[in-house]
Ligand binder design. Sequence first.
Ligand SMILES: [Zn+2]
Length: 327
Amino acid sequence: MTGNAGGGSLTRREVVKAGSATAALGLGLLSAAGSEGSPAVADRKRVVRLAHLTDIHVQPERRAGEGLAACLRHVQSQGDRPELVLTGGDMIMDSLGADEARVRVQWELFAKVMKAENSLPIEHCIGNHDVWGLNRKDSRTTGSEARYGKKWAMEVLGLSRPYRSFDRAGWHFIVLDSTFPVDQGYTAKLDDEQFAWLKGDLAKVKPDVPVLVLSHIPILSVAAFMDGENEKTGDWQVPGAWMHIDARKIKDLFVKHPNVKVCLSGHLHLVDRVDYLGVTYFCNGAVGGGWWKGGYQECEPGYALVDLYADGTCSCRYVTYGWKAQE
Ligand SMILES: [Zn+2]
């Protein structure tokens, strides 16, 4: 399944003008985001190609480490090689309800494979399964452990804060922390401090600098309706843990900043694309597919290739890497 269906369509003139570049860019052309009012796609200047690897869920079982290695090799052997990797969270199978020994095994495997197999610059985003011990009973945590919550993931991933921003290739990148702890679990929401930070961060970005927002849980998604029997009561009900429950508040902020162009997420292990009020939201499947047991619904194990352009447009294509479930 690919995320490029229904992309910006080209006029006949643009197709003719694109000429041989059409063949070189392939499907990427068809998934141009925000093409409305932008120059012909062939005239766009690409500033960076990145690979978005989300929902890896590495574990010792089912050769998941080898699967991650296969995925990283696939990324790095692309003829048109990405210059940057973004992870989308859920690096490990689970630490919400896993004890210390089990969490250690998973993070060590993740770190080992990344060190051996990835030579590209990488920026990480934390997912809900990377947060240790929210389920106190199953994880046997007290909450006072030095690595409790997001600290363990931050330590392994080399992050001083769970959310942040940086500039690259003329774009501003914002990495959010979607996991808001509630009781023994979580919902998808920015706490007041993070929302205030986001507001302040966007206010500092020059209006002509395009912005990409990376979150683990989708801010807005159509696949969220399809993940589970959300219609069984006769009304559509999308859990707040599946799609940002503060999506309206975030949308209102984005409306004030038309330079926010692209949002990338994972979490659902499904692939979709939503265009809403000038922002294109891509949910980019899962490296681990259906938790290394094969695909999940129509989504096979894969990652996304994302091209960002100087004019603030973007193209995104979901790529499978041929991984078959292992015992
Ligand atoms: Zn996941």
